[in-house]
Design a protein around this ligand. Structure first.
Ligand SMILES: Cc1cc2nc3c(=O)[nH]c(=O)nc-3n(C[C@H](O)[C@H](O)[C@H](O)COP(=O)(O)OP(=O)(O)OC[C@H]3O[C@@H](n4cnc5c(N)ncnc54)[C@H](O)[C@@H]3O)c2cc1C
Length: 457
């Protein structure tokens, strides 16, 4: 089209004055053409998982005049962590008092139930038992109880002995247990898709199959950030929020942030209880977590469809989105293996890591772990099930980063666009439970970092 106007401009031979007028007209047409082909937004959110969709929704509801879009590389929302998780609405028991996780999980649970009631999204408040089966775990359970109280988890109760435990879970054994009646289950894919519907109803746009692979200076003062996709699509924006889950470090690096903390993908595999045994499990049954590890340990989780999942374990995934042992991406694998932080972590947990890998290959070993709580379950009662991959941020010293992390480029490069891009760098569990609370915090942060957004309401 641009060539067509140039061609037309060159063909028309008239006197100098009318030639200038014509050339100006052609230039204007060229300009308007180029601005209509590259879509322009006030705020773009990269990543259509539960955190990105919730944050886009919250900002659009607060500021209806903002022109906004979500860019997602897959053909639908919630294709990765948000659609491959345990589906538990956590109550906020485990997290360090004062941490973002503690605050946003407790707040997120309340918001989630309220939202699902409004939108008629089904959930079940099946509750959760955290069960101690030996003296060491009894001591850890007491610490967890303290934490839960400090985190203001409502109605938490300590149960003593098998009799009290079996009033809630008839097949479960243990010395002591913490009972959390407000823990629930839900389908987070449905929730994410509903956030997307709300966003679109407010006038937001969702562009699927848009894999972002660059942020550049557009040289347009009104829309300074040019966002490019792998297949040549482009949009311009004033500000950007990235919520890239398993790729959050790569997206941060693209806008000039340091690559660390690096994302290391840990696959969590589930077993399924055979349907004829599913009625044995009423609610969530969890072990007392080992404080050395960031994951909660394999547990029994009833699902909204009536099935029961057992897991997830934690093994290194050979690809960021590697859902099986045979999903391998050599460059991503090398990237993880040669990261000094990963080497230090592997050294610290070499035996625990090897044990998890062996249990993954021999599910009967995983069943053995679960028999500590429900002794009547056997290997014949389970079949292999689905898997999810956790995006776990790891620092260069080999420490797994527990809390949610948000970050922005602080450099001053002349052409830099990094100062206009906010990143969600670490949103592991309970990120789905906390999504509406994270969204509120993100919207507050965007309003305070980028004054324009606040002014646009
Ligand atoms: C096994 C497992 C069990 C879990 N259990 C629970 C639970 O019971 N309760 C709970 O609260 N939480 C749980 N979690 C955690 C929860 O799932 C996550 O905290 C949450 O889903 C994170 O959402 P997100 O939007 O940050 O990430 P994601 O859902 O991974 O979304 C990121 C999105 O960004 C897109 N993207 C990435 N790169 C690009 C790019 N370059 N361009 C465009 N798009 C891009 C991806 O395709 C993806 O859709 C669990 C997680 C796992 C893995």
């Amino acid at each position: 089209m641009t060539h067509f106007f140039r061609f037309l401009g060159g063909l028309v031979i008239v006197n100098n004055k009318s030639k200038n007028v014509l050339c100006e007209g052609v230039k204007q047409l060229e300009r308007s053409y180029s601005t209509t082909t590259i879509r322009e937004y006030d705020v773009v959110v990269v990543g259509g998982g539960i955190v990105g969709a919730a944050s886009a929704r919250e900002l659009k509801i607060r500021h209806p005049k903002l022109k906004m879009a979500i860019l997602e590389k897959e053909s639908e929302l919630a294709k990765h962590q948000s659609g491959h998780n345990s589906g538990v609405i956590h109550a906020g028991i485990y997290y360090k008092p004062g941490s973002l996780k503690a605050k946003l999980c407790v707040e997120g649970l309340q918001l989630m139930y309220k939202y699902c009631d409004q939108k008629k999204i089904p959930y079940k408040k099946v509750g959760k038992l955290i069960v101690a089966t030996n003296e060491v775990e009894v001591k850890r359970l007491a610490d967890l109880h303290d934490r839960a109280i400090q985190n203001k988890v409502p109605d938490i109760k300590l149960l003593n002995g098998v009799e009290e435990i079996q009033k809630i879970e008839p097949y479960c054994v243990g010395l002591q247990a913490l009972w959390s009646p407000h823990t629930g289950i839900i389908d987070y894919t449905l929730v994410t898709k509903q956030y997307g519907i709300d966003f679109k109803e407010q006038g937001g746009e969702i562009h699927l199959n848009f894999e972002v692979n660059g942020f550049e200076n557009s040289k347009d003062n009104n829309y300074p950030v040019l966002i490019k996709s792998k297949d040549g699509q482009q949009v311009k924006s004033k500000y950007v929020l990235t919520c890239g889950g398993l790729h959050s470090d790569k997206l941060a690096e693209l806008s000039g942030c340091p690559r660390n903390p690096r994302i290391v993908p840990f696959r969590g595999e589930y077993l399924l209880l055979k349907p004829e045994k599913a009625a044995m499990i009423k609610g969530n049954i969890y072990p007392v977590p080992d404080p050395r590890f960031p994951f909660l340990g394999v547990h029994f989780t009833p699902r909204m469809d009536g099935s029961v999942w057992l897991g997830p374990n934690a093994v290194l995934a050979f690809k960021r989105e590697g859902y099986t042992w045979t999903d391998i991406n050599l460059s991503e694998l090398m990237d993880a293996l040669f990261y000094p932080g990963f080497l230090k972590l592997a050294f610290k947990f070499v035996f625990a890591g090897a044990e998890e890998a062996v249990k993954s290959l021999f599910p009967s070993l995983q069943v053995k772990q679960l028999q500590r709580f429900v002794p009547s379950i056997t290997s014949d009662d389970v079949i292999s099930g689905p898997a999810g991959v956790r995006a776990q941020a790891l620092d260069a010293e080999g420490n797994l980063i527990e809390d949610f992390v948000f970050d922005m480029y602080k450099g001053t490069g002349e052409d830099s666009v990094g100062g206009r891009v906010l990143h969600c760098r670490n949103a592991p569990s309970p990120g789905a439970t906390s999504s509406l609370a994270i969204a509120k915090m993100m919207a507050d942060k965007l309003e305070s970092e980028f004054k324009f957004i606040k002014e646009s309401s």
